[in-house]
Write a protein that binds this ligand. Sequence first.
Ligand code: HEM
Length: 386
Amino acid sequence: MLRRDVAEEGRHTYVRPLPTLGPTLLTGDPEAVAEIVNHPALDAGRGIVGLRAILGSRSLIMSDGEEHTRRKAVVAPSLRGSALDAYPPLFERVTRELAATVPQRFSGHALVHAISLHAIARVMFGEQDPATTREAVHQIDRFLGTFHHPLPLFVQPLQVDLGRWSGWGRALRRKRAVVELCLAHLDRGHGMLAELRSRAPDVPAEELVDEVLALLLFGHDTGAAAMAWALAHLHAHGHAERAAEDEAWLEACLRESMRICPVVPHLTRVVREPVRIGGFDLVEGQRVAPSPWLAHHHPAWWPEPDRFDPARFERPPAPNTWFPFGLGARVCVGRPFVMLQMRVVLGTLLRVLPARLAEGWAPRPVRRLVLVVPDRGVPMERVSAP
Ligand code: HEM
């Protein structure tokens, strides 16, 4: 058992049983978080065993140590720096196209979810052929839809292929359809798929496709949820107009939105050998969960933590007090990509879609599987341009 032998007032570190994980050390204390980051006795890849069944054990998110470093080096360059130069016009186009289709009343979350899906399909497969884009949107949506009812992922006896009507059989077929589509486009010279292929000619095609599936799985719902929060906060707290004109302010609003409601509430590490963290003795197999949610609401670092105040980000935050994208060697590989996407999509939406939150609705967090999202899908309505 975990033993608590430090009970210092104000330390945001405690043990709590978490669903499917058992007793887990949760912490939002920057000192304890610093102890955890890159600790050699803690594994990250092992923390997401459920997904191993569908993604296999080959992708970077499932690996640890040198294997993890090697795999991260394959995908990271496609998601940062000059590799991103081509994407702002694509993000803006997709946003304008979909914003033009929304009815008088709409769900802000559904809108940014659709934008993110269409954007990732065009990023991965290129924009040359509308039929390919349509097929990619359809297949990716079906594949990711599997994870909205993920019971079979965590309950091994349910992982039996009983044909296309069984949950597990459906998951495998949907995955196969995306894999086939990716394999067919890997060598065609379009989109991020082709770029990955040219940067990593020695990695077997199926392995590269596993990385792509992981990017889709970890990038799409998280990005959409973060944009839904940002849309809600921008409108709820009266920042929409200023953020539409002032990119630095928009960026501060996005960071503050991710502080107040980080969509990934905690990271998960598995103890490989006995270790002491934050004053707790832990043994092999136990979980440690540095929590952006706890850290971002720590009143010593964020006075009045529940108040939305983008001006907090006029200065960089203290180390280990703000980590919506994780930390250290495991930091989110999609961060530069998704920050750019959020800036362009939200900046465009604020300019082309005059709208307000539905009367009486205010942002409230609810848990949806591993993510924390705004409740009721952010109900909104269009207003006529002044
Ligand atoms: C706002 C949107 C996003 C948020 C809040 C987010 C959050 C995170 C967090 C907290 C982690 C660290 C997990 C850990 O330490 O255990 C992570 C890792 C990861 N993210 Fe993201 N993410 C976002 C968008 C994306 C996108 C767009 C992609 C891909 C295009 C992506 C791909 C990944 C991958 C592959 C990892 C694993 C990195 C590793 O293990 O080294 N994420 N993300």
